[in-house]
Design a protein around this ligand. Structure first.
Ligand SMILES: CC(C)(COP(=O)(O)OP(=O)(O)OC[C@H]1O[C@@H](n2cnc3c(N)ncnc32)[C@H](O)[C@@H]1OP(=O)(O)O)[C@@H](O)C(=O)NCCC(=O)NCCS
Length: 170
């Protein structure tokens, strides 16, 4: 007998990595905020207020499953050349399934399409980023970032995040 097809097919761990990455919508803001807060409460990501997510919503790509955002990432433009991979988070129960790598790939593709030539991130996850072709750089290689945004960060005087950079081929 044919197996009964139900929505549970999509819940299988094997099917999860196939979930599409899509632009964020207004109704995702609360779910994105909760996901980011999970990590900012643990000092792994910088806190991002809900209002900031609303303002920057068009920068976000998300993965949705069962009405919940399980992974997200944003591309922020800094200068004519430089963009930042920001607010990258994968829900812990869905880590290790390739969502992080796919999100960075989509952000990279978008960065190329709009003409950026460099992409950076500030992170504790250097090994993850190096697997996507990023290299560790000194923070002072990124003056736009340091002086433009970091100056407002509570970690500015003793930042322990590591800067990684990727030069994008056209
Ligand atoms: C870092 C993070 C985004 C990775 O997402 P993920 O979906 O679990 O990662 P992927 O499954 O796409 O992994 C891609 C590769 O990186 C490796 N990787 C992922 N996390 C790693 C880690 N912490 N240390 C070493 N390697 C790691 C994977 O093993 C995989 O390697 P492989 O190709 O050899 O199998 C996720 O763990 C996360 O949300 N962390 C907390 C928030 C954070 O630190 N965000 C980055 C801030 S810029």
């Amino acid at each position: 007998m044919e197996p009964i097809k139900t929505e549970r097919v999509a819940a299988s761990p094997l099917a999860l990595p196939e979930l599409p990455i899509r632009p964020a919508r207004l109704e995702d803001v609360g779910s994105i905020h909760r996901l980011l807060k999970h990590y900012s409460d643990r000092d792994i990501l910088l806190p991002r207020p809900e209002g900031d997510i609303f303002h920057s919503l068009r920068e976000f790509k998300v993965v949705e499953w069962n009405g919940k955002i399980i992974a997200c990432c944003a591309l922020q433009i800094f200068t004519r050349d430089l963009g930042e991979v920001r607010s990258l988070a994968v829900a812990p129960e869905h880590a290790g399934l390739g969502f992080g790598r796919r999100l960075v790939g989509v952000i990279e593709q978008e960065a190329r399409q709009i003409g950026l030539s460099k992409l950076m991130a500030l992170t504790y996850e250097v090994r993850f980023f190096s697997k996507s072709g990023f290299e560790v750089v000194e923070m002072n290689v990124l003056p736009e970032k340091v002086w433009g945004a970091c100056i407002n960060c509570h970690k500015f005087r003793n930042c322990d995040e590591i800067a990684v950079l990727k030069t994008l081929s056209p």
